[in-house]
Design a protein around this ligand. Structure first.
Ligand SMILES: Nc1ncnc2c1ncn2[C@@H]1O[C@H](COP(=O)(O)OP(=O)(O)OP(=O)(O)O)[C@@H](O)[C@H]1O
Ligand code: SF4
Length: 292
């Protein structure tokens, strides 16, 4: 039998990481956003594919809600969030681009009420028809981050099927919260990864503790440590915990209100930046093989 070719759009993508969560609202999109910023700050070229069709929030988080996706002969050209193709950036950051269903919906308040088959068709198209090679600059992507819908639905099966021929992929980062960690949803997500042969890069416990906006002291308002315990029980890597930082939400609002301000610059002063840096260092330490 002839082995199907991996999607052409992924031919110039070195690493693929999925961001998964058992339930909605645990901060999967925030973790995807911060993972992207952290990798770009380390000089990598990063693409983010937002296929959380339940509420595509990444265009707003990256401050590019009003931008348009262009269709080229090769497929959809993602929106550029940050461009350092000319290497003029003193901080030596990489490039960042984003493809999201949000761009096709037009309005932040337009939600998608598609039924299963239409949703899975859209996801398959998103995985196949986005030109991730930096467009005319032809810069390969170091990392493609895929923000998936919460849970383990038909959409996840579609993602797994499409990515089967794109192996090797690095694997999945599982996001949970202190409240969610003890629930069956997280274990379901982990079992799903095992079933479809996605490696688990590790577990992140988000909203674990609270950073005081006045004194930056971190307090555990809910019990935390469940993510670490779960990782130990299941022999998975614990990547770390991210506290609730009200200032992170403020950064996004700041960018919303002043288009000259960019999250990538504002994030330099965030209390969450060093925390995410440690988390991503643990992911990079896994030294996953590049796809080419
Ligand atoms: N560590 C954090 N500190 C402060 N705010 C956070 C943090 N994590 C998430 N949030 C905020 O919580 C809200 C929900 O987060 P987010 O959209 O990332 O969750 P999600 O799991 O992707 O949700 P959905 O499944 O609905 O897309 C957002 O307003 C986000 O800014
Ligand atoms: S941590 Fe300190 S500064 Fe912050 S709210 Fe509590 S008492 Fe006030």
């Amino acid at each position: 039998m002839v082995q199907p070719e991996p999607p052409k759009s992924l031919a110039k993508v070195k690493h693929i990481i999925l961001i998964l969560s058992g339930k909605g609202g645990v901060g999967k999109s925030s973790v995807t956003t911060q993972t992207a910023l952290t990798l770009v700050n380390k000089g990598f070229n990063v693409g983010v594919l937002d296929i959380d069709l339940t509420g595509p929030s990444l265009p707003r988080m990256f401050g590019v809600e009003e931008k348009q996706v262009h269709q080229s002969v090769a497929g959809w050209v993602p929106v550029s969030v940050y461009n350092n193709n000319n290497n003029t950036d003193e901080k030596k950051r990489g490039n960042l681009s984003l493809m999201s269903l949000g761009f096709l919906l037009g309005n932040r308040n337009n939600s998608v009420v598609w039924r299963g088959p239409k949703k899975t068709a859209m996801i398959r198209q998103f995985l196949k028809d986005v030109v991730w090679n930096g467009g005319s600059n032809n810069v390969p992507l170091d990392y493609l981050l895929i923000d998936t819908p919460p849970g383990t639905s038909d959409e996840h099966i579609a993602i797994a099927e499409e990515l089967r021929y794109a192996q090797p992929i690095d694997g999945a980062i599982i996001v949970t919260t202190p409240q969610q960690v003890a629930t069956a949803d997280v274990r379901k997500e982990i079992n799903f990864c095992k079933k479809v042969n996605f490696d688990i890069l590790g577990i992140v416990e988000n909203m674990s503790g609270f950073i005081c906006p006045h004194c930056a002291e971190c307090t555990n308002i809910f019990s935390s440590g469940g993510g670490k315990l779960l990782s130990e029980q299941l022999d998975l890597t614990y990547l770390g915990n991210i506290p609730i930082d009200p200032k992170f939400v403020e950064l996004i609002e700041l960018q919303d209100n002043d288009h000259d301000k960019k999250l990538i610059d504002l994030y330099d002063d965030s209390e969450l930046k060093p925390i995410m840096n440690d988390i991503i260092d643990k992911v990079l330490a896994k030294d996953c093989p590049a796809r080419f």
